[in-house]
Write a protein that binds this ligand. Structure first.
Ligand SMILES: Cc1cc2nc3c(=O)[nH]c(=O)nc-3n(C[C@H](O)[C@H](O)[C@H](O)COP(=O)(O)OP(=O)(O)OC[C@H]3O[C@@H](n4cnc5c(N)ncnc54)[C@H](O)[C@@H]3O)c2cc1C
Ligand SMILES: Cc1cc2nc3c(=O)[nH]c(=O)nc-3n(C[C@H](O)[C@H](O)[C@H](O)COP(=O)(O)O)c2cc1C
Length: 589
């Protein structure tokens, strides 16, 4: 496990072997923790011998979809390379009370839901805002907040944490930086400034801790958004009918020989570039000069080559604000200041649509200067590796344009429309520790999904089958119609016959006069769901964050109140307890 360049190690070969054995099964996160732990141990010895407390930097992060985790790991390595005495913790594993003992903290945190903290930061966030938290006058900190300015509450969690720390008397040593989807550059600035400050103010560790680069990580974690695995598409199958209002596809990817490991509940990141069709649509929308030489990332490049890697299928709020400025009063200022109007506007348009619908002079350089680089798209993995050791399956809805131009979503367009079996895609696995099956195989589970939300539950059922899990499995699934949109119908029927899927409820909204959605099924089955919860069931929701997940959670709260005969405060506590015990988990987008 330790690489060859350890010739100068102070360890004897047999000691090295022991270290190898001890760390060989650890993933990157665990390795980072162990590395910090060992650094801490050596620091402790020093405290005992010198009776002299060493200062240290604590790096805390909370991530839902992996971005903050990867930045925190980069930041940790940077601090180590500067010999800053530091430790790295996910907020999920950090006792909130410990913040009172810290002197230097760097926090990297994203925002999810509608301005909510990521799952891993919830307890820490709650602690900071409780009346129990003492003053933190000796704390010096800096916050890097990740978010997406197209959301109403941009970077809310980072803002909350920063303001609350200030309120508690802590001193922000470098101002918080709020990062949009294009976070790399802002991260570099924050990293340079904060590590410079910490490097000047924090002790250098005296021990010679093995630099992290010497440790090889878990092979599947070698692949990330920057270092992808090239996977062959094995199968693309449409799983809705011609009559369906949706085009949903089952996709199978080859990971044979990659050493990639995944678990049901994890997501797959796909990194892609714009197709010629999408680029041409943009160029033609305003007669841009494809060969115009422009400045991009300090290099001279042709407009068309730069467009390959910029977000042009999505419209960001920051671009729209800039464009509204160019349009002047006749434009759409109101749109960028009203979140709902903005959402409605961008949900049916791509960049080329806006440029042709609202023409105003804009140069190739101006356009490029205001676009983000493409970020990977995530897809819930729809298979279990126990059943499919060399494959990853996905359930993908094609995002299609209803306008005159043939506009598809970037990645769904590639997977469901442009690419063919045998073609390649760039992938990496994003672990999601907050959407996992119960460890105990007897534990019953309730899975609630609409549309492509079925994906992780297909993986869950395969895993429960492969591990001979005995707990009951209940699926509540909704989509427009039984005949056209019953995703994985045959498989689910087979599972039902085999008594793997012990309970199933279906909500096909358009099959009767009155619309029926999954939340209506939850309401109908309130007594039974309550019984399952009281028997220890884990409950999962996957699918649309705006309509489905909110409506289901509202029904869930109601059933807890009515069935459990609890008051509003008790209901809140009940749900929080479920969350804390990982018995209520959501994968919504
Ligand atoms: C954790 C997570 C898990 C996910 N799991 C899944 C999954 O299992 N299956 C799945 O299908 N998706 C899933 N998604 C969503 C997925 O990541 C992508 O967002 C989705 O596929 C769209 O990406 P795209 O590149 O195809 O489209 P993009 O290029 O991102 O374009 C989408 C945009 O196109 C525009 N648009 C939409 N409709 C129209 C229209 N009619 N005309 C013109 N423009 C339009 C809108 O601006 C929209 O935002 C998941 C997301 C997350 C965060
Ligand atoms: C379902 C969902 C909800 C989100 N909600 C918000 C939000 O309310 N405010 C915001 O600024 N960003 C929001 N974001 C954007 C994320 O904060 C952003 O993608 C960030 O880079 C994610 O970092 P992470 O991978 O470390 O969690 C949301 C993203 C998703 C997928």
């Amino acid at each position: 496990m330790l690489q060859e360049n350890i010739a100068n190690s102070p360890l004897a070969p047999e000691q090295l072997n022991k270290v190898n054995l001890a760390v060989q099964d650890l993933n990157t996160n665990q390795l980072l923790w162990v590395s910090g732990f060992i650094a801490g141990l050596s620091g402790q010895n020093k405290i005992e011998s010198n009776n002299n407390r060493q200062t240290k930097l604590t790096i805390l992060y909370a991530s839902q979809t992996g971005n903050c985790r990867s930045l925190a790991q980069q930041y940790y390595q940077k601090c180590q390379s500067l010999s800053i005495n530091c430790q790295l913790h996910s907020l999920a594993d950090y006792k909130p009370r410990n913040i009172t003992k810290e002197e230097y903290v760097a926090i990297i945190v994203s925002t999810h839901g509608e301005g909510d903290a990521p799952d891993d930061a919830e307890i820490f966030h709650e602690y900071l805002f409780s009346n129990k938290t003492p003053q933190l006058k000796s704390l010096k900190y800096s916050v890097l907040a990740l978010g997406d300015s197209s959301y109403e509450k941009f970077c809310q969690t980072g803002i909350d944490i920063d303001l609350q720390l200030k309120k508690l008397g802590a001193q922000s040593v470098i101002d918080r930086i709020d990062c949009d989807l294009d976070f790399e550059e802002s991260f570099s600035v924050w990293q340079e400034e904060t590590s410079g400050y910490f490097s000047k103010n924090i002790d250098k560790p005296e021990s010679n801790v093995a630099p992290l680069a010497l440790l090889k990580s878990n092979p599947s974690e070698q692949f990330n958004r920057k270092h992808t695995y090239t996977s062959e598409i094995l199968s693309i199958q449409k799983i809705t009918t011609q009559e369906s209002v949706k085009n949903v596809y089952h996709i199978e990817l080859n990971i044979d020989g990659s050493n990639i490991n995944y678990r049901p509940g994890d997501s797959l990141g796909i990194v892609a570039q714009n197709s010629n069709d999408t680029i041409n649509a943009l160029i033609n929308s305003r007669g841009f000069d494809a060969n115009k030489i422009i400045q991009y990332k300090n290099k001279e490049q042709s407009f068309v080559s730069v467009l390959r890697s910029l977000e042009i299928t999505l419209i960001s709020k920051s671009f729209l604000k800039f464009y509204a400025g160019l349009l002047g009063p006749k434009g759409f200022n109101e749109l960028v200041n009203n979140h709902q109007q903005f959402q409605n506007f961008v949900s049916t348009r791509q960049l080329s649509d806006v440029l042709s619908e609202y023409p105003t002079p804009i140069s190739e350089q101006q356009l490029v200067d205001h676009l983000f680089t493409i970020t990977p798209r995530l897809y819930s993995i729809a298979s279990s590796q126990l059943k499919n050791p060399d494959e990853i399956h996905l359930t993908v809805a094609l995002v299609e344009s209803s306008t005159k131009q043939p506009n598809n979503g970037l990645v769904s367009g590639l997977l469901c429309h442009s690419l063919k079996e045998g073609d390649k895609v760039e992938i990496y696995v994003e672990n999601n520790r907050n959407f996992k099956l119960p460890e105990n195989k007897d534990t019953p589970i309730i899975m609630i999904a609409a549309g492509t939300g079925i994906a992780p539950f297909r993986g869950f059922l395969q895993e429960r089958q492969e591990t001979n899990a005995t707990g009951n499995n209940w699926l509540i699934f909704g989509n427009p119609s039984f005949d056209n949109d019953f995703l994985y119908q045959l498989e689910l029927q087979k599972h039902f016959k085999a008594n793997l899927l012990t309970h199933i409820d279906l909500a096909f909204s358009r099959d009767q006069k009155q619309k029926v959605y999954v939340q209506h099924k939850v309401k109908q089955k309130a007594a039974e769901i309550w019984q399952w919860l009281e028997q220890g069931a884990h409950l999962y929701i996957c699918g649309n964050k705006d309509h489905m997940a909110k409506a289901v959670e509202a029904e869930l709260l109601l059933l807890i109140q009515e069935q459990g005969k609890l008051n509003t405060e008790e209901v809140k506590i009940y749900l929080t307890e479920l969350k804390r015990n990982k018995r209520y988990q959501k994968d919504v987008y």
